[in-house]
Design a binder for this molecule. Structure first.
Ligand code: GYE
Length: 337
């Protein structure tokens, strides 16, 4: 494999300090094999992350940094996409030019990847898509690992359905505010479609506001503030990740609006961060649907199988739970992110 064609100094320069725009026009430097003292030849893995939009993302990045270590035989080139889809695509071309052994991509959006994936395939560099998906012919990448976002959305709305039924409110008009993630991202599309698969069964449920908050706490607060300023009445806030919900909670706090168990506002979000689980226990957040960021191990497994020449499955889902007040306490202790 091309692992013998490892980069020298320029790669060391890139590793750990992210993609450097100024390098994009430079010629590839001399390629040389890099080995550990033990004689092990390192596998060079380029990892293109979305950015730093949420705590989920930080946990996901750390998982990759801790999985693909030099001690285990990897030379990881970590690239921060800075929430910029074009920068991610450029970074992929750059990794191909460097002739890395594998490319792992957490894509910000689904579109725009076809050409660069074809190029990687032509050069014989396997691409592993992680977390969100890409709108690319599946034969152009090795596999995808991540969450079933549609199911997550469906689980959130089913929880609401059960909750309203339990409270005898199934015939009431229910007004929903939906804070969506990033436009064009699989996590947004899947969760929204999953939510609507249940919402559409209830003519008495109305989505009264629906806006993108880009999965960030800041935008979650901003969008919620806008909705509150318009004096839109609502019974439920659904945020497509915990950080946007924290932002929305801050906006509601500012206006003295109470939410959660025992109030008039039902709160639902996704990810199940440590802080979200703590809020579930307090009752401020009523449910958080887990999205597991610890998926680097699945990517590593795929690489190890490919190294052995094994055929691998195209799709790898992670296990996930729905957290409510009933089942959260034990998990809070062990939740590391
Ligand atoms: O829910 C959110 C993050 O794509 C599953 O992106 C991921 C989402 C996650 O920033 O917090």
């Amino acid at each position: 494999m091309k692992r013998f064609l490892l980069w020298g100094l320029a790669v060391l320069f890139l590793s750990g300090c992210g993609y450097r725009e100024e390098q994009k026009n430079e010629k590839p430097p001399i390629v040389r094999a890099e080995t550990l003292d033990t004689g092990t030849v390192l596998i060079t893995v380029g990892f293109i992350q979305t950015g730093k939009e949420s705590d989920w993302r930080d946990a996901n990045t750390n998982d990759f940094l801790q999985t693909f270590t030099r001690e285990k035989g990897y030379n990881l080139i970590y690239i921060d996409g800075n929430s910029d889809p074009e920068r991610q695509v450029k970074a992929a071309y750059d990794l191909i030019a460097q002739n890395v052994d594998y490319i792992i991509i957490d894509p910000i959006v689904e579109d725009g990847w076809e050409d660069v994936f074809m190029e990687a395939k032509e050069k014989g560099i396997p691409v592993i898509v992680s977390d969100r998906q890409v709108n690319v012919n599946a034969s152009h990448y090795a596999c995808w690992v991540g969450s079933d976002f549609y199911k997550e959305g469906q689980n959130a709305a089913k929880w609401l359905e059960d909750y309203l039924e339990e409270k005898g409110r199934e015939k009431e008009e229910i007004k929903i505010v939906l804070l969506e993630g990033t436009d064009g991202a699989t996590a947004t599309r899947g969760r929204t479609e999953g939510l609507y698969s249940v919402i559409d069964r209830h003519p008495n449920w109305k989505v009264v506001a629906k806006e993108f908050g880009n999965f960030t706490q800041g935008e979650g607060a901003q969008v919620m503030e806008g909705i509150l300023n318009q004096k839109i009445a609502f019974d439920v806030v659904i945020a497509e990740n915990d950080n946007m919900m924290f932002g929305a909670m801050n906006a509601m706090d500012q206006q003295g609006i109470v939410y959660g168990n025992g109030t008039d506002i039902i709160t639902i979000s996704f990810d199940a961060l440590h802080e979200a689980l703590a809020k579930v226990i307090k009752g401020e957040l009523m449910v958080t649907v887990e999205c597991n960021p610890l998926i680097a191990g699945l990517s590593e497994k795929a690489i190890l199988d490919l190294e052995k020449g094994r055929r691998i499955e195209k799709v790898h889902f992670v296990q996930e739970t729905v957290f409510t007040q009933e089942n959260t306490v034990l998990h809070l202790m062990e939740r590391k992110y």
